[in-house]
Design a protein around this ligand. Structure first.
Ligand code: PLP
Length: 382
């Protein structure tokens, strides 16, 4: 099988697996325990915190370990719901992951305002600049890169605007971390990440919070994480996440992602050639080197996914976090695609281990399926 669904989750990389096995074997204690076993666990966790802080450019004490990004994102929105004025608005992009969309709606209801998004899938910075000069929201939340389209959001510029008006900025960097250099992300007031999108273990992530002040815990019943997130920390998966991230940051420093971006561009040319009428989503915007979102010219998206699966290639329809029943993507709707078009979207997301030959095999399989579908249609019409 060839795997093109890394934006949903990625296979665990060797460095992360080895670090997990080693930590599971050698770190037996609870980091809160007052003996040598506890001290050893606490030391490993502290080192992991220091490493993550160094990659992000923030202080170790600003990092709270979580079970993943869904929890981190819920925690951030929950916190703002506790501390903001009950009349305060929050501004979010309408292309956020459902865990931000739904927690915003749960905690802020009609006090959530959506920042417009262009047809190319980027938030409208001009809108933000003009609106912010007039009104100050209690929070701005925009992701670093979109999970469905791979479109990169101008998080540095948004951060600068928010800093100018002293509005806290929260960035979900789940799809960015481990695929693009993490440097600078730590300047965002709030920031979330998870390990399993870049080859780290599943079930671990973090929320970076401002150093001063205390974040209202979402999970209570223990003093862990300076009283901000109760529950015994899972030291082996934390250590494993950082071993994985360290290896990815080395690959990024060697610019290994640039070549992978070229493979993706070659694939896109092949796709447009083999599937006349196909449309690349977000084509005019800077995008992650691993993601292609495309509207196929005919046939339902689930039929394509199933035909590719039979051909030994795993792809997705984009919004992978829901099951079975496919709702039209809220991301494509925000980008002004019609619902009928949204039902034609396929997402191909590669990983660090994906080869140029894998991309070529995907293009060939798409071409063959398209030919078969056109053939069947021509027969039916005759
Ligand atoms: N945010 C984004 C942008 C995502 O792509 C995902 C997962 O698909 C999440 C949050 C949720 O992450 P997790 O699976 O770690 O809870």
């Amino acid at each position: 099988m060839i795997y093109f669904d890394h934006n949903a989750t990625a296979p665990v990389m060797r460095e992360a697996r080895e670090a997990w096995l080693n930590a599971t074997e050698h770190i037996a204690g609870n980091p809160s325990s007052p003996h040598q076993f506890g001290a050893a666990a606490n030391k490993a966790m502290t080192e992991a915190r220091e490493k993550l802080a160094a990659f992000l450019g923030c202080r170790p004490a600003e990092i709270i370990w979580t079970s993943g990004a869904t929890e981190a994102n819920n925690m951030a929105l929950h916190h703002f719901a506790q501390v903001l004025d009950p009349k305060a608005q929050i501004w979010i992009s309408p292309i956020e992951h459902p865990c931000i969309m739904e927690s915003s709606s749960a905690y802020f209801h009609h006090r959530t305002k959506f920042i417009p998004v262009t047809h190319a899938g980027v938030i409208d910075l001009d809108w933000l600049t003009v609106e912010m000069a007039d009104i100050r929201p209690g929070l701005v939340a925009v992701m670093a890169a979109n999970n469905e389209t791979g479109v990169i959001q101008p998080w540095r510029e948004i951060l600068a605007i928010c800093q100018q008006y002293e509005v806290p900025f929260f960035c979900d960097a789940v799809q960015w971390i481990g695929k693009m250099p993490a440097k600078g992300l730590g300047e965002c007031n709030f920031l979330s990440g998870a390990a399993h999108k870049f080859g780290g273990p599943r079930g671990v992530g973090f929320l970076k919070v401002p150093g001063r002040g205390h974040v209202t815990p979402l999970i209570v019943g223990g003093k862990q994480e300076r009283g901000q997130r109760a529950g015994t920390e899972n030291v082996p998966i934390i250590v494993s996440m950082l071993a994985g991230l360290e290896a990815r940051e080395k690959q990024l420093a060697r610019n290994e992602h640039i070549l992978r971006g070229v493979w993706r561009e070659n694939f896109e040319r092949q796709l447009l050639h083999k599937l006349p009428g196909a449309v690349l989503v977000g084509a005019g915007s800077p995008r992650l080197w691993n993601t292609v979102s495309a509207l196929v010219p005919e046939g339902s998206q689930l039929r394509w996914v199933s035909r590719l699966d039979q051909a030994g290639i795993a792809v997705s329809t984009g919004s992978a976090c829901t099951t079975g029943k496919e709702e039209p993507s809220h991301v494509l709707a925000a980008m002004h695609f019609k619902a009928a078009d949204a039902h034609r979207v396929l997402r191909f997301s590669s990983g660090w281990e994906t080869t140029e030959a894998d991309w070529a095999a995907l293009a060939d399989a798409l071409g063959k399926i398209h030919e078969e579908m056109s053939h069947t249609r021509a027969h039916a019409e005759a």
